[in-house]
Design a protein around this ligand. Structure first.
Ligand code: NAD
Length: 376
């Protein structure tokens, strides 16, 4: 699941934070350690201009401190863009805990971690991510209220994946509209890589609209189940790139859009849930554009999950979350139109819009007091 690729670029101690290739004027980076529980964590707060930094806590078996730092810096910056482009009064942050989530986690570790989150006084709000669950959020909640993604029976929003999938579906429809003049997905051939929490929901949504679906995953039981339920066709893990498809939806890993794979793609649109899909934002963004493949920026169309946990801060309202997520359709079209007008890639257009929003808030000073009113 992890998308780290360049941590080896960190060659000296001075590159560790401020010279790190992922460092982007982050406001604060906190290293947390507790000997008794074995907790080793890093919390990175990228930018709080629009509001408190909300982002999940990832638990991963990092091979080195450098790899973890690289990951947390890059992920937290991505959250700043995601919140800003989605019109949320939130900043960007993310945290990582070192360890194998299958065997190293304990309730005590997450309770202790909650204490570290609490010490940031709400400047950072956490949530689930790869390797953490709603149960872990419950443990964190014993030490801090600055946690979202709690189970529904605790007033939380539960699993964000169905809302994330809905946002991806909206982004995909907007992409179809831009590319083919109609947002109908009926009859379109859609290849979905990874049928986990988000991918499975996406298979359902596009199948219900009459698309022909191709799926791949390591989980054979899940593949068989979805193939039966939705008449989806199973492909091999590597074969997904060669499918004769209209839309490629990466919903597993980041960085699958590299030079080798892009050369193989025969689709007109890329629109999926995975974070950081482009191995190199500039090179591969331009390569897709040169091939005439329309790329729906990942941090925009997979923002449904963030929108969903955001709603939890004000008393969870699923209807509101879904309505707000629906705006992804219009924002995606807005980005495409900006990209055409300014002759830039769609990713550049999305980042520009996000940066303009942050800059406007900074100038107006309107984001300086963290979210007192409901923005949507
Ligand atoms: P998940 O772990 O539930 O599902 C991922 C699936 O991908 C698993 O079934 C796994 O077996 C499969 N997979 C792993 N490597 C693969 C490969 N090489 N080829 C094919 N399949 C492979 O994760 P998820 O929650 O569904 O998230 C999917 C992606 O979307 C991730 O990149 C995640 O960061 C991103 N995302 C998720 C959410 C959310 O709400 N869950 C929100 C925003 C972004």
């Amino acid at each position: 699941m992890i998308e780290v690729k360049d941590a080896k670029e960190i060659k000296s101690a001075s590159d560790f934070i401020f010279g790190n290739p992922s460092f982007a004027n982050h406001e604060q980076v906190v290293f947390c350690h507790d000997k008794d529980t074995g907790l080793k964590a890093i919390i990175a707060i990228h930018n709080t201009t629009l509001g408190p930094a909300l982002g999940g806590t990832r638990m991963w078996n990092y091979k080195s401190d450098a790899e973890a730092v690289y990951d947390v810096l890059r992920l937290s910056r991505g959250m700043t863009y995601k919140a800003a482009i989605s019109g949320l009064k939130l900043g960007g942050g993310k945290a990582v805990i070192f360890g194998d989530s299958a065997k190293d986690k304990t309730p005590e570790m997450f309770m202790k971690y909650g204490e570290f989150v609490e010490r940031l006084n709400g400047k950072y709000i956490t949530a689930e991510d790869v390797g953490t669950s709603t149960k872990d959020m419950e443990y964190i909640r014993t030490a801090t209220k600055h946690v979202t993604g709690l189970p529904e029976n605790m007033g939380g929003s539960g699993d964000p994946s169905p809302v994330t999938a809905y946002g991806v579906f909206m982004g995909m429809k907007a992409s179809a509209k831009q590319k083919w003049g109609s947002d109908k997905l009926a009859g379109k051939k859609i290849a979905i890589q990874g049928v986990g929490h988000v991918g499975e929901n996406l298979v359902r949504l596009v199948s219900e609209e009459g698309a022909k679906v191709y799926i791949t995953d390591m989980n054979q039981a899940k593949l068989q189940d979805l193939a039966t339920k939705y008449n989806a066709e199973i492909t091999t893990l590597d074969g997904i790139y060669d499918v004769d498809m209209d839309i490629y939806a990466p919903c597993a890993l980041g960085a699958t859009l590299n030079t080798k794979n892009i050369n193989r793609l025969k689709c007109g649109v890329v629109s999926g849930a995975a974070n950081n899909q482009l191995a190199d934002e500039k090179i591969h963004g331009e390569m897709l554009a040169a091939k005439g493949i329309l790329y729906a920026p990942d941090f925009l169309i997979n923002a449904g999950g963030l929108i969903n946990v955001y709603s939890e801060l004000h008393g969870y309202d699923r209807k509101h979350s879904l309505q707000h997520t629906e705006h992804i359709y219009d924002t995606t079209l807005e980005i495409f139109s900006k990209a055409v007008k300014e002759n830039i890639t769609t990713l550049e257009a999305a980042k520009k819009i996000a940066e303009e929003r942050i800059e406007a808030a900074r100038k107006n000073n309107s984001g300086s007091c963290f979210m007192k009113t409901r923005p949507f």
